[in-house]
Design a protein around this ligand. Structure first.
Ligand code: FES
Length: 103
């Protein structure tokens, strides 16, 4: 395997360039399709880091101009939140009406 294909494209999901190229060879030519096939783009950064690299590979292998490669549906980045942060400023009466709690 060429050294280039061992290169990690999606650091969050640890997906190598070879995996992306194999998916393109199988016919996946959109970022969303590559994501579904390989999990590249499903990590913590939600493709912020790897989507442009995936687009470059698809374009190089298929000849499709980068601007014509279908985008993935953007998602909000996931991050952990402490329960204490969620509970801070929590007004129970605002969130849970009395008729729901039975008070
Ligand atoms: S690098 Fe691919 S999802 Fe973060």
């Amino acid at each position: 395997m060429p050294e280039k294909e061992k290169r990690i494209i999606c650091r969050c999901e640890e997906i190598a360039e070879q995996d992306i190229r194999n998916a393109v060879r199988e016919g996946y030519t959109t970022i969303k399709g590559i994501k579904r096939r390989t999990r590249a783009g499903m990590g913590l950064c939600q493709g912020r880091t790897c989507a442009s690299l995936i687009r470059d590979i698809i374009s190089e292998m298929t000849g499709i101009p980068k601007g014509q490669i279908e985008e993935d549906t953007p998602r909000f980045p996931a991050f952990s939140v402490k329960l204490a942060d969620l509970a801070r400023d929590f007004d129970r009466n605002e969130v849970i009406p009395d008729n729901v709690t039975g008070r």
